[in-house]
Design a protein around this ligand. Structure first.
Ligand code: AP5
Ligand code: ZN
Length: 216
């Protein structure tokens, strides 16, 4: 299973990628998670990425392409993966295509998550994240078992700095301008499937697995 999850910020890509990874053993590769980890560890790459991320802007292509290239060099990742939040620009998609063909592998499907703008804002503003293990919760739709603490590792949950209203606006605009063109890009390659992702986490997961079972 080699998939790309495409869609605006907050549509639920990470949530569904985590579930799929548990059930099918495909590894999640989230460029957002990798970048946040670099920021947390204050690596040179993290220090460079931080100001872009806080503002809701895209980190330069060369940085994220390098991260994904490194992950896919690991055979256990190349075997089965869900790319969450990458590619996000046409040059990133072209670079991915080159990396995959160097390894003689190909994408099975690109899933385009579709959710209304109102639901996106509701999901992002209520999201709480674990800074240690990157697990994601929602104050209303996916609350943690113990108030304010991560179910997986017990760390105190935080609100991501780019989940503030101003950064959310910028991220949605950046998505329209730079990422939405990938819908047509992958449609032309006959790889795209649209996933209506308005329902509950369980409903969306059911639709996703059904879609993957029937898609060629
Ligand atoms: P990234 O971390 O990739 O953020 P994003 O694409 O904006 O996606 P999100 O993580 O916000 O949303 P999601 O779709 O995964 O939703 P989630 O499952 O969490 O990127 C962050 C930044 O890093 C970027 O702005 C950029 O600066 C940089 N970056 C990353 N990749 C890059 C790249 N390739 N190129 C350049 N820069 C890059 O769900 C959201 C919330 O909704 C959660 O609270 C969840 O619990 C809840 N929820 C999920 N599903 C449902 C449901 N069905 N019903 C109700 N609630 C739900
Ligand atoms: Zn945690």
């Amino acid at each position: 299973m080699r998939l790309v999850f495409l869609g605006a910020p907050g549509v639920g890509k990470g949530t569904q990628a985590d579930r799929l990874a548990v059930q099918y053993g495909a590894k999640k590769i989230s460029t957002g998670d990798l970048l946040r980890e670099a920021v947390r560890n204050q690596t040179p790459l993290g220090l460079e990425a931080k100001s872009y991320m806080d503002q809701g802007k895209l980190v330069p292509d060369s940085v994220v392409i390098g991260l994904v290239r490194d992950k896919l060099a690991d055979p256990s990742y190349a075997k089965g993966f869900v790319l969450d939040g990458f590619p996000r620009t046409v040059p990133q998609a072209e670079a991915l295509s080159r990396v995959l063909s160097e390894r003689s592998i190909a994408l099975d499907r690109v899933v385009n998550f579709r959710v209304s703008r109102e639901a996106i804002v509701e999901r992002l503003s209520g999201r709480r994240s674990c800074p240690k293990c990157q697990a994601t919760f929602h104050v209303e739709f996916a609350p943690p078992k113990h108030d304010g603490a991560c179910d997986r590792c017990g760390e105190r949950l935080v609100q991501r700095s780019d989940d503030q209203p101003e950064a959310i606006e910028t991220r949605l605009k950046v998505y329209e301008e730079q990422t939405a063109p990938l819908i047509e890009y992958y449609e032309q390659k006959h790889l795209l499937s649209h996933l209506p992702a308005e329902g509950s986490v369980d409903e969306v997961y059911r639709n996703l697995t059904k879609m993957l079972a029937t898609a060629q």
